[in-house]
Each structure stands twice: as C-alpha cells, then as structure tokens.
Design a protein around this ligand. Structure first.
Ligand code: FMN
Length: 280
C-alpha cells in the first residue's frame, strides 16, 4: 500500500512540474555565456527524436560554433545564443531510403511539406519542454527559411532539404526580465463538437488580454523591435501599437513579402507537380 501511495505522490508532483513548465515557459532572447554540457544537449535532442511523427521527416543540425552563430545574427539569430538548432524538412533522406530499396520516385508533392512541417513542430515541442525541464531556455527563429541559401551554405545542406525554422538555446540571462506572454482566452480557441465564430464581445475581451499582457507593457518599445512593413518607409517610431497591429504586420512584413515560399522551395530543388483538385 505504502509503495503505491509513494508512486502516486511522485506522479502527482511530476505532473504538476510538467504543467508548471508549460505554464511558465517564455521565449528568451538573452542568454548567459554558460555552455550547455554535452550530456544535457544530448538528452534534449533525444527527447526531440522521440517525438511522435507522420513520416520521420525532421532532421536537426546543431552548432555551438560562435563564428557560425555570429554569422547568422543578420537573419535574426540572437547574439548570446549558446547553441543554435536548425530544424530541417528532410525529404532527401526519405527519397534516398526509398531509392536504396528500389522504390524509384521523388516526393515533389505539397503533402511532403505538410507532413514535414507536422514532424518538425512535433520534434520542436519535445525539445522546447525538455530544455525547460533541464533549466535551459529557448526561442524559435522564423526567418531561417527565408535565408535558406545562407543557412544551406553555412551548414552544407544539400538540395531537397528545407531549413524550416531555427532555435536559439542557452541558460537565460537572469539580469534580463522577460514576462510570460498572454494567450487568447481558452474559450475562443477550444470548441467542443463544432466550430463556432467568436463573438464581438469575445474579440474585445481577447484583445484586452493580448494588449494588456504585452503591449501595454510596451514590450516592443523596450525591445525596440517592430515588424516593419514593406511599403511604409521610415516608419520606425515605436509608438505603442496593439497585438492586432503586430500580428497583421507579420503577414505583410518586409521579411516575408520579399520572397515567395515557392521560390525558396525551387531554390532547394523542388518542382511541385500541380495537384489535381479532386472532389473531397
Ligand atoms: C515558429 C516560431 C517562430 C518564431 N520566430 C521568432 C523570431 O524570429 N524572433 C523572435 O524574437 N521571436 C520569435 N518567436 C517567438 C514568438 O515571438 C513568441 O513565441 C510569442 O511571442 C509568444 O511568446 P512566448 O513564447 O514567450 O510565450 C517565434 C515563435 C514561433 C512559434
């Protein structure tokens, strides 16, 4: 009886630790210069490779090489990064495996990217939480695919391998205060049995939460970061703007409007066949 009670209390404390990790996690942009011990890094990467998968299309390149990390600062890699991870959609490996066993075909299909992204983000989720559990912090880096040429050259990534997203990893700098950021209220994100449009009241409520959580605290002014729009030159003032401004800009930002995903995939060696729209 005692042993059972003990294991129940152990699992309860483990469970609460797990949820505490999820609820307290925040993206960190400033790291100390403490290197990540190999045994810890190995444990985090192993947690990543244990993620569930649709086709095991995710490969990871990691580096603690300061020169490489500094070279990639211009594409958004944070300068105090201790270890940089590049998550890849690795179509090439599966194609080589299929051809090695005499299954001759290429995977120039939109579904390859779809399944690849699913695998990449499952691996990332495991790594994000494993890092937190081991006292490390991280932040994802969205501009990596835009700069596929530079990233591929830096890490000798061959064609038919897509650098999908990056991650800066390290021990957070305790002198830099980073707040937990809000999320949309759960009832506006989670629906039972059927989809529903959120009400105008909920939209206002949601925006209050998002703005009060980050923007009223002028996060972007303090960090002097603002998604610059392509068409608006010289609009670099940092007058407070809302979550809505921020998320709207993401889709029209100078980064993402400079290049098409199609061109990136072509550069990486893909020629997608037009998928026939068959009736569902
Ligand atoms: C796929 C992805 C890419 C991201 N890219 C960047 C980035 O390039 N630079 C950055 O400062 N934050 C980046 N972030 C971090 C988001 O800004 C952050 O996750 C979001 O504001 C929520 O904050 P939190 O993670 O602290 O809760 C990225 C997040 C995700 C999920």
């Amino acid at each position: 009886m005692k042993a059972q009670e003990e294991s129940d209390s152990d699992s309860t404390s483990l469970t609460s630790d797990f949820f505490e990790i999820i609820n307290n996690r925040r993206s960190i942009r400033d790291f100390t210069d403490k290197p990540i011990p190999d045994v810890i890094l190995k444990k985090i990467l192993t947690a990543g490779t244990r993620a569930t998968y649709s086709a095991q299309l995710c490969s990871i390149i990691y580096t603690s090489d300061k020169e490489k990390i500094q070279k990639l600062r211009k594409i958004g890699v944070y300068p105090t990064t201790q270890t940089l991870l590049i998550f890849l959609i690795d179509i090439r490996k599966l194609e080589r495996l299929l051809s090695f066993y005499g299954r001759k075909h290429t995977l120039d299909r939109e579904v390859s990217i779809w399944l690849g992204l699913q695998d990449v983000f499952l691996v990332i989720s495991n790594i994000l939480l494993a890092a937190e559990a081991l006292g490390l912090s991280s932040i994802l880096l969205e501009r990596i695919p835009i700069h596929s040429k530079l990233v591929s050259e830096t890490f000798n990534i061959p064609s038919r391998v897509i650098p999908a997203v990056g991650m800066s990893l390290g021990y957070r700098d305790p002198s830099v205060k980073t707040e937990i950021r809000p999320r949309y209220p759960q009832e506006t994100v989670v629906f039972e049995d059927t989809y529903r449009d959120i009400s105008e009241y909920e939209m206002n409520h949601l925006m209050e939460i998002m703005d009060s959580g980050t923007f009223k605290r002028e996060f972007y002014i303090k960090e002097r970061v603002k998604v610059l729009l392509k068409q608006k030159k010289g609009e670099s003032d940092f007058s407070p703007f809302s979550w809505l401004d921020h998320v709207e800009r993401k889709f029209f930002s100078s980064h993402w409007t400079k290049i098409s995903i199609g061109k990136i995939l072509k550069y990486l060696g893909f020629k997608f066949k037009k998928e026939e729209d068959k009736e569902q």
